[in-house]
Design a protein around this ligand. Structure first.
Ligand code: HPA
Length: 297
């Protein structure tokens, strides 16, 4: 069967951001498999991790670690920010085989969402059927406090865009994927049990994803509150759409790094976000490790 027969497209839309995506993914996967084999490895990751602000160093705690630079993987977006690490890291947490991205690009840097989510698709094609996505978020739910860890139970896509825009390739997933169970209930239960087992508090919330990079105005936060959001951030939603498109189960956890704009009579600053992310990092990493270990139980 030719590639075209898998692709639902319309005349004139063949140059959309997803056009040729399947072939690009195959090339990236082949290069990664080649690097793994050359190192005498045959990793079949069970879990793909997306590490939010400040959590990147978690990859260095993997046992039996192996990293591949994005430069050595065809079609991987390399961040324009100088000095940024960009590598795919394999390893184990307990008995669970993991893969994660150290460094990533964002929509607000100018990449389209199909490109932003390409590394996740590659991690899933390498074998991962679970995705754990973490992020820093502003808190606007009335029970939320700075430093809280919050299990995402649903989201609002306010990017005004989708990573699936463009021709659909049925080999990757359906044209119209279901999002009713976007955040898997069984994984949420597992995360709650893991949190309880190490005495870490875990709240629940709905995450509103906006493209940024400006933080929200107080009026926008009030709008999001009325829409039912508890958390606001500039990531996660595109990855969760792609994971669902490819049939993977998703667990999402936010760290509340600040109360959303207008909650207090003061300006938001990025330093506050990174400071709090740093402060909570130890607890967040302990929770992540406990969860990931349980994937192999
Ligand atoms: N808004 C959007 N993104 C964020 C915030 C916020 O308040 N905090 C951390 N990421």
């Amino acid at each position: 069967m030719s590639a075209e027969q898998h692709v639902s497209s319309v005349d004139g839309a063949g140059d959309g951001p997803t056009d040729g995506l399947f072939d690009r993914l195959q090339e990236a996967v082949a290069a990664i498999r080649g690097s793994l084999q050359a190192a005498g490895r045959d990793d079949r990751p069970q879990a793909a991790l997306i590490l939010g602000s400040g959590l990147g160093p978690y990859a260095e705690t993997f046992e039996d670690r192996f990293a591949i630079d994005y430069q050595d993987i065809p079609h991987f977006p390399v961040s324009s920010v100088e000095g940024h690490v960009g590598r795919l890291v394999f390893g184990r947490v307990g008995e669970t085989q993991c893969v994660t991205m150290q460094g990533r690009v964002h929509f607000y840097e100018g990449y389209d969402l199909a490109k932003v989510t390409l590394p996740l698709r590659v991690m899933l094609l390498l074998g991962a059927d679970k995705v754990v996505v973490t992020n820093a978020a502003g808190g606007l739910g009335k029970d939320l406090e700075v430093g809280d860890l919050v299990l995402i139970r649903d989201h609002l896509n306010l990017f005004g865009a989708s990573p699936l825009r463009g021709p659909n390739d049925d080999r990757l997933g359906p044209r119209f994927p279901d999002m009713t169970y976007a955040y898997d209930a069984a994984l949420r239960r597992l995360a709650e049990e893991a949190a309880a087992s190490c005495d870490i508090g875990l709240k629940h919330g709905i995450y509103a994803g906006l493209f940024g990079p400006a933080y929200e105005t107080p009026a926008e936060i009030e709008m999001l509150r009325r829409l039912g959001a508890d958390l606001v951030g500039m990531s996660t939603v595109p990855e969760v759409i792609v994971a669902n498109h490819m049939g993977a189960k998703v667990l999402g956890i936010s760290c509340v790094t600040n109360l959303a704009a207008g909650s207090m009579d003061e300006a938001l600053c990025h330093d506050e976000v990174t400071d709090v992310a740093q402060r909570v990092r130890g607890t967040f990493e302990q929770l992540l490790s406990t969860i990931l270990r349980r994937f192999s139980d």
